[in-house]
Design a protein around this ligand. Structure first.
Ligand code: P1T
Length: 502
C-alpha cells in the first residue's frame, strides 16, 4: 500500500486540518442577509498596479468595484433606494403597483432585482443599442421589455423616455420612479458610494473619476466627497457623441452613435450638478473598450465598457498628481453585460476597434474579397411593402433581401429571421412600414476597402452572413452586391485552392 493510498487502492483525502492555513477577518457584520437587496453596496476599493505603472502614472490609483453589486452594477444602489423611498411614501404598493422605467439596462436590472424579491410587475423600456446579455438578465428576472430606436432623441415620443411616459399613463397602477429626476439617485451615492470611498481612504482623496450617464453617481458622490475633502478634483467622463460635457455648445450634430453603454446623453438630467464637476474628459470607443479589456486582462477586474472609459480618462487626468496622492476610478458594471460584445475579439475587429488577427499559415487569409465570390441577392425599394419584400425573399433562394433608397444605396436588410420576429411583435401584421422590418445591425464589407477573406471569416464567426457593397466614390451610393456566407467562403477556398495551399 502506497503512502496516502487506502486498502482499496483509492487515494485518501488530504488532511486539511494539518495544512498551512490562511485566515481572513470575516468582515460582513451580518451572518445571514435578509435578502439579496441587503447585499447592495459595500463594494471593495482595489489598488491598481500594472496599468498605472505602464502608463507612467505617479500617484496611487484605486478602483471602486461597483460591478460586484448583486445585479452587476452601480445602479442597484439607486434602484433599491428609489423603491424603498416610493414604498415609504405609499407610491409603490407591493402586489399592486407596476414599475416602469426607461433605462440603458442596469437601472432596469436593479429594479427587476427589487421587483423579483418584493413581488412587483416590472416593465423596462430599453434602446435597441443595449446588449442581449442585459435583455436576457432582465427576462430571467421576470421583467417585460420594450425596445426603442437608439437614434430617437430623448425628447421624442419614440425614445425610451417618451415610451415609458406614455405607458405610465396607459397602464393602471403604473409608477415611473424616474432616475433622471429622482433625488434618491444622487442620494444613494451621497449616503453610500461616497461614504464607502471616504472610509476606505480615511477621508483623503485627491481625485475622483466617474462616468456620466444620468449623472446621479458623479453628482451624489462628489457632493459628499467635497464636503469632507474639499481638495478633491472631480473628473466627469463623457463619450464623444454626448452633450453632457458641452451643454453650452448644444449642437444636434454633436449627438452621434457610440458603442459604450450607460454613459452620455443628448440632454441634461435634473440629477446632474455641474458645479461639483471640476473637469470633463471626452472618451472614444476604441480607447474605452481597449482599456476595459486591459482592466480585465492586466488587473483581473471583470468590468464593462464604461469602466474602461473612466479608466482611460483617469490615466490622463491622474498624470497631474504626485506620488502618494490618491485617485479613485469607479467601475460601474460587469463583464456579463458584454460577453458577445467587446469581450469578443471578432466584435472588436468588425468595428475597427482592434486589428484583425493575422494567420500566415492559411493561403487564403490575406486574399481580398472579389465580386466573383459574392452570392447575389434581390433588392426592393424602401417604399415597397413588407409583403413585396417577403415575395422577393421567397422568389430568391436566399434568406435576405437588400432594401435600397431611390438612388440604389443600401438602407437596410430584410431577413426571414427578423421578419418572423417582427411579425410576432406586431401580432401578424404586414401593414406596417417596411422600415420597421429592417435589420440595421448587420455586418457589411465594401469592395473599395479591399477587405481580406480572413476578416470576412472572422465576421462569419459571429454573424450568419456578411453583406457586400461597393461604394461609388463620386456619388457615395453604396450599391449592394450580395452576401457571403460560410458556404460561399468554403466553396471559394476549396475550388480555388493552389497546389501548395494548406
Ligand atoms: O447614471 P449614472 O449614475 O451617471 O451612471 C452612469 C453609468 C455608467 N456606466 C454604466 C454601465 C451605466 O449603466 C450607467 C448608467 N446607467 C443607466 C442610466 C441605466 O439606466 O442603467
Amino acid at each position: 500500500m502506497q503512502n496516502g493510498t487506502s486498502a482499496n487502492g483509492a487515494m485518501e483525502f488530504f488532511n486539511l486540518k494539518s495544512m498551512p492555513h490562511i485566515t481572513r477577518v470575516l468582515d460582513r457584520n451580518q451572518k445571514i442577509q435578509p435578502s439579496i437587496l441587503h447585499v447592495i453596496g459595500n463594494t471593495p476599493l482595489v489598488k491598481l498596479e500594472r496599468i498605472p505603472k505602464s502608463e507612467g502614472v505617479q500617484c496611487d490609483m484605486y478602483a471602486k468595484c461597483e460591478y460586484l453589486n448583486p445585479g452587476g452594477s452601480v445602479k442597484d444602489r439607486i434602484a433599491y433606494r428609489m423603491v424603498l423611498d416610493a414604498e415609504k411614501k405609499g407610491i409603490l404598493i407591493p402586489g399592486k403597483s407596476v414599475i416602469i422605467e426607461p433605462t440603458s439596462g442596469n437601472t432596469g436590472i436593479g429594479l427587476a432585482l427589487a421587483a423579483a424579491v418584493k413581488g412587483y410587475r416590472c416593465i423596462i423600456v430599453l434602446p435597441e443599442k443595449m446588449s442581449d446579455e442585459k435583455v436576457n438578465t432582465l427576462l430571467a428576472l421576470g421583467t417585460e421589455i420594450i425596445r426603442t430606436p437608439t437614434e430617437a432623441p430623448s425628447d421624442s415620443p419614440e425614445s425610451n423616455i417618451g415610451v415609458a411616459k406614455r405607458l405610465v399613463k396607459e397602464i393602471p397602477d403604473a409608477v415611473l420612479l424616474d432616475q433622471y429626476n429622482n433625488v434618491c439617485n444622487p442620494l444613494a451615492h451621497y449616503d453610500g458610494t461616497a461614504e464607502e470611498i471616504l472610509w476606505s481612504l480615511d477621508d483623503d482623496v485627491d481625485m475622483l473619476v466617474i462616468g456620466a450617464g444620468t449623472c446621479g453617481t458623479i453628482s451624489g458622490t462628489a457632493h459628499k466627497v467635497k464636503e469632507r475633502c474639499p481638495k478633491c478634483i472631480v473628473v466627469g467622463v463623457d463619450p464623444y457623441g454626448s452633450i453632457l460635457a458641452q451643454p453650452d455648445e448644444l449642437n444636434v450634430s454633436d449627438v452621434q452613435m457610440y458603442e459604450v453603454e450607460g454613459i452620455g446623453y443628448d440632454f441634461l438630467p435634473r440629477v446632474l450638478d455641474r458645479k461639483v464637476i471640476d473637469r470633463w474628459v471626452k472618451t472614444d470607443d476604441k480607447g474605452a473598450l481597449t482599456m476595459a479589456r486591459r482592466l480585465i486582462r492586466e488587473e483581473g477586474l471583470l468590468c464593462g465598457g464604461s469602466g474602461g472609459a473612466a479608466m482611460c480618462a483617469a490615466v490622463k487626468a491622474a498624470k497631474s498628481l504626485k506620488p502618494g496622492q490618491k485617485c479613485v476610478v469607479l467601475l460601474p458594471d460587469n463583464i456579463r453585460n458584454y460577453m458577445t460584445k467587446f469581450i469578443s475579439d471578432q466584435w472588436m475587429e468588425a468595428r475597427d476597434l482592434k486589428p484583425v488577427i493575422t494567420n500566415d499559415k492559411i493561403w487564403w487569409w490575406n486574399s481580398v474579397v472579389t465580386e466573383k465570390m459574392v452570392s447575389p441577392i434581390s433588392t426592393v425599394k424602401h417604399n415597397a411593402t413588407p409583403s413585396d419584400a417577403l415575395a422577393a425573399l421567397q422568389q430568391s433562394n436566399r434568406d435576405v433581401v437588400a432594401v435600397v433608397n431611390d438612388k440604389g444605396s443600401v438602407r437596410g436588410i430584410f431577413s426571414a429571421d427578423n421578419a418572423r420576429r417582427r411579425l410576432i411583435n406586431l401580432s401578424g401584421s404586414l401593414s406596417e412600414d417596411l422600415e420597421k422590418f429592417l435589420v440595421k445591425k448587420y455586418y457589411k464589407v465594401d469592395l473599395i476597402n479591399k477587405t481580406t477573406l480572413g476578416a470576412v471569416s472572422r465576421l462569419l464567426d459571429i454573424a450568419p452572413y456578411v453583406v457586400v457593397v461597393e461604394t461609388d466614390i463620386s456619388s457615395h451610393i453604396q450599391k449592394p452586391l450580395g452576401i457571403i456566407t460560410s458556404e460561399d467562403l468554403l466553396k471559394h477556398i476549396t475550388t480555388n485552392k493552389p497546389m501548395n495551399g494548406h
